[in-house]
Design a protein. Structure first.
Length: 245
């Protein structure tokens, strides 16, 4: 069918000509989509505000040769305004959509779509510290792509933990025998935060010390960027621990 409908998250936009935009979308059923939204930069546009980054929309698209064309858009989640009003939410959301955009076509699944929508919704509501929401999103997105970090057994040899070395290149926590010289050593509280971020144990995350959450954030950042094979530029603007606001 030349025309189709889907639910999408707007990841990023680029200007095209005087009034159009090129959109990169993560959709529920069609993976990543690049499409043109014609006339959305005009003040008279009927749905321009629904096609901004961090927004969730139900769109109708026409299949084109290289880029699809947005024909209709109805808002499903107006998260953008509540996100951009807070710097920590804004920078964390940018890192999340940048990571989502780095996913391969095979990894851009329905589960990834729902994970991103849930993360943006939590950011917009200020449910937890912004950096913690971002870290949890990154760990789970990696897991859905087949790169779940080993946090209990040694990621290299399978020796039961607990272990105190984390090596992104080896897949997570590793035992003393597998840990290269100079490996990052983490304390028990940091390991607890990592497990809580992965499992969604927000009581444990919210009550953790700043030192433990900051250490966990550094490890999550290193792990995600290693597996995505390119740095996430927005991470350089994310504070070590965004406050709940």
């Amino acid at each position: 069918m030349p025309t189709y409908r889907d639910e999408v998250v707007i990841l990023r936009t680029h200007k095209l000509g005087e009034a159009d935009r090129i959109l990169t979308l993560l959709s529920r059923r069609h993976g990543k989509v690049r499409a043109v939204a014609k006339g959305v930069r005009r003040t008279s546009s009927r749905f321009g505000a629904r096609l901004e980054p961090f927004m969730v929309a139900d769109v109708q698209l026409y299949r084109g040769r290289s880029l699809d064309i947005v024909q209709q858009a109805e808002s499903l989640g107006s998260y953008g305004a509540d996100i951009v009003a807070h710097y920590d939410r804004y920078t964390s959301a940018h890192a999340m959509v940048e990571a989502a955009d780095r996913l391969s076509e095979a990894d851009a699944t329905t589960q990834q779509y729902f994970l991103l929508v849930g993360g943006l919704r939590a950011l917009s509501r200020g449910e937890h510290a912004s950096r913690a929401i971002l870290d949890s999103y990154l760990l789970r997105a990696m897991a859905l792509s087949g790169w779940a970090p080993g946090l209990d057994e040694c990621a290299r040899c399978g020796t039961p933990g607990p272990h105190d070395a984390f090596v992104a290149q080896l897949g997570g926590m590793v035992c003393g025998a597998c840990a290269p010289t100079g490996s990052a050593r983490i304390d028990r509280s940091t390991a607890v935060v990592l497990r809580a971020l992965m499992s969604g144990d927000w009581d444990a995350v919210d009550t953790a010390t700043a030192g433990a959450t900051n250490a966990a954030s550094g490890l999550v950042s290193a792990y995600a960027q290693w597996h995505l094979e390119r740095g996430i530029r927005a991470l350089s603007h994310v504070s070590s621990r965004g406050t709940v606001s």
